[in-house]
Design a protein around this ligand. Sequence first.
Ligand code: BEZ
Length: 397
Amino acid sequence: MLMKENYDVIVIGGGSMGLATAYHLAQRKTKTLVLERFSFLNQKGSSAGVSRQFRIPYPETYMVKMVLNAIPFWRELQTHTSARLLDTVGTLWFGDPKVKSSEGNIGEAEKALKANKVKFTTLDARQIEQQYHFKDLPDNFTGLFQADGASIDLKATLETLLKSNQNSGDVTLKEDSPVTGIRQIGKLFEVSTSQGVYVSEKLVMAPGPYVDEVTRFLGFSTEVIYWNMTSMYFKKTDPKINYPTWFVFQDPVGPSGNEFYGFPEVSWDHPGYIRVAPDFVMKPLTDPSQRTSIPNQDEVEYTCAWVKKHMSGLHPKPYFESTCFVALSQDQNKELIIDFAPDSVPNHRNVVIYATGWAGKFVPFLGKILSDLALDGKTKYDISHFRLGDKIFSSLR
Ligand code: BEZ
C-alpha cells in the first residue's frame, strides 16, 4: 500500500514560479513539496529558453510599481549565486508613438514612469539610429530609454532557486511527477502522482501552460490561449555593436503582428549571437500537447525581414531558432493572474493559483507573493489587478 506523505504546502509546477514559491516557503520554515511533471530545468514550458527582459516601462502605474517592488527580491536572490542574474544594459522602447500594442503605448509608459519618479530619456528616430544601431526607421518614430532594464539569465535564476531548495531541509522536490488526481477530504487535499500520494491543507498551482491539466481536478478550467513563441539568434558581424534590451511598437501589416523585441549579446546564451523575437504568434495553439520546438516559419520570415531592414552589424540569416511556450489570458493586455481557486471549490482560499502573463521579471517577487497567499491568505503587495479568477476560471461541473 502506498504511504501518504504529509506536507504544509504542495506546490504543483517546478518551473520558475513554483521553485520561487518553494524558496520563499522554505524561508518561513514551511514543509513544502514541489511536484514537477517533467524534469527540473526542462524546456517544455514557460521557463524554456535562457533569457528574459527585465524592464520598468509599462503603460500602467501599478505595473511599474510591481517591477520596482521586484528589485529587492532580485537583489536578495543574487546573494545566493556568483552568476550574474541581471545584466543591466537598459531598455529601449521605440516605434510609432500612436501604436497601442499588446505591451501598451510609449507615451502612456512615459506617464507611468513619471508617476513613479523613474528616470528615462526620450529620443527621436535619428537619435535611436545613432545611439542604438537601428537603421532606416520612419521619421515619426520616438523612443524612451530606461537605464535599469536588463537581460535576465533565466537559466541561472532557475538553477539558483533549485539549488537553494535542494539545500533546504524544508523542501522536497519530485520530478517526473505529473498530477493524476486531486481529492478533497475535509480540509485536506490529497494529490496523486504515479510516484505517490501527498497530502496538505494548502496548494499552490503554478503549472505554467499546463494549468488546465491541474485545475480540472478541482472542477474548473482557465480561459487561456497558448503561444508557442519563436526566438532567433543572429550572428554579430560587427563585434563592437551591442544593443540594449528593446521592443518596437508598430501597427500590424497583413498577417504579421509586426512587433519585435530583442536582447544584447549575453555571455550565457550563444555568445557572439543576439536574440530577436516576434511578439506575436501566427497560430495560437489550442492545447499544450501541440507545443513544438520548431518555430512557425512565417514568424521567422517576418522577423528576418525586419532585422535585415532595421538592424546593423548582424548576419541577416538566423543561425539558431528556438521556442518557448506560454499560456496567456484572453484579456488583451496579457497580465498576470494571481488568485485563489473559485469559490465552487471547498476551502478555495487554500488553493493559490498563478496563471499566465509575462512574468520573468517578477520571478523572486511572485514567489514571495504566492507563498504569503498560501500561508497567510493575504499579501501586503497590491495584487488587486491580478485577481482575475472570476473572469478567466470556468466551471467544469
Ligand atoms: C516583457 O518584458 O514583459 C516582454 C518583453 C518582450 C516580449 C513580451 C513581453
